[in-house]
Each structure stands twice: as C-alpha cells, then as structure tokens.
Design a protein around this ligand. Sequence first.
Ligand SMILES: [Ca+2]
Ligand SMILES: [Ca+2]
Length: 215
Amino acid sequence: MSEMSAMNRKVIRSLAETISKQVEHFDQTEVECLIREFNMLLGPPSSPGRAAQGLDRISFRSILHRMFDITDDLLMDEVFRAFDKDNDDIVSMKEWIEGLSVFLRGTLDEKMKYCFHVYDSNGDGFISREEMWRWLKDGFVRLPPEEDPDEAVKDLVEITLKKMDHDHDGKVSFKDFEKTVREENLYLEAFGTCLPDSMSIEAFEQRVFQEQMKQ
Ligand SMILES: [Ca+2]
Ligand SMILES: [Ca+2]
C-alpha cells in the first residue's frame, strides 16, 4: 500500500512538472494539488484497471455549480465547450487545469477570450443578435406578467448592440467586445455569469492549495 502511494506521488509529481510548463499562472506544487483534487472529483474507477478519463457534462455541471456557484443551465453547456478544448465531450485533467487557470487567476485578456468564446455559441467569431437574444432572454424569466418579455428582450438586444457594435455590422466581433470591455469591465459578463465570483475563488484556493500544502 505504501509502495503504491509512493508510486502515485511520483507519477503526480512528474505530471505536475509537465502541466505546469504548459499552463499559465500555477506553479508545480499548485498543479500537484489540482491533480489530486481532480482525481478526487473523478472518484474511483467504474471498473478495476480502467480509470475515468475526465469529467463528463453532468459531473462538470454539478462540480461548477457546487464549487463556483455557476448555475445558468443554458450557459453551462457553453462553459463546458470552452473547457473541452479538443471537443471529445470529456474535460480531461489538463483541460480542467487550463480552465481553472482562467477561472482563478486569468488576466483580463484571458477572461475576455474565454467569455467571448462562451457567448459565441456557434463559434463563427461573432456574437450575433440571435445569440444575444438567447442569453439575454434567459435573464427575463421573472418579468411581471403584464410586461411582454419578447419586447423587453428585443429592446435590450438593440441597446446592447448599440453599445458594443463599434464597426456597425450588426454583430459583435471579438474586437468590438474587447473595446467595450476595456472601456467598461462590467461588460465582460454582459450576457450571463460564466466566471466564478471572488468569494468562491478564495474558498477554492484556500481549500485546494493551502490546506493540501499543510499535509
Ligand atoms: Ca476534452
Ligand atoms: Ca456566433
């Protein structure tokens, strides 16, 4: 048993060494903590000798909900897509750590790229009226019944477009998005929460980095 865990430690250390060179913002010790945490999230293999490869949509969703209080179901699929860089429907260990580097310590540039990617659901490089409609409508579900939600969302789409569409082509390119967010950071998550708040970031770092390092 102790021989086994010594081997595990070696494997984790060498994995952490590799990943910490490829992913921004975490040192090797922190990556080791994230690997251990990831293995805990995966849980024991479903059949002996066959370890799970990563997080599927369902476990990803519940983990993000629990750890970072990100609950928007519509957006969650897009957050999953942003994490799942190789598009194999599984968030691997490296993809998880890459995603967390933006979540926990991302620069404004990294966060802008991530958020834009999330909101541009068909990946054509623009946030279109239709995409805006979809995200903004989600926030209108609790409108009083005498208000026409479709009219209200339509107005909001036009107001937002007016604010963000600097080159006036009727859609928001990354350049438009970047310019708007640099002027007013509030627009980073204009179409819905897809980043954790500072309290859940602090709680995560405390739990995963500081407590594990004490052991
Ligand atoms: Ca993947
Ligand atoms: Ca698009």
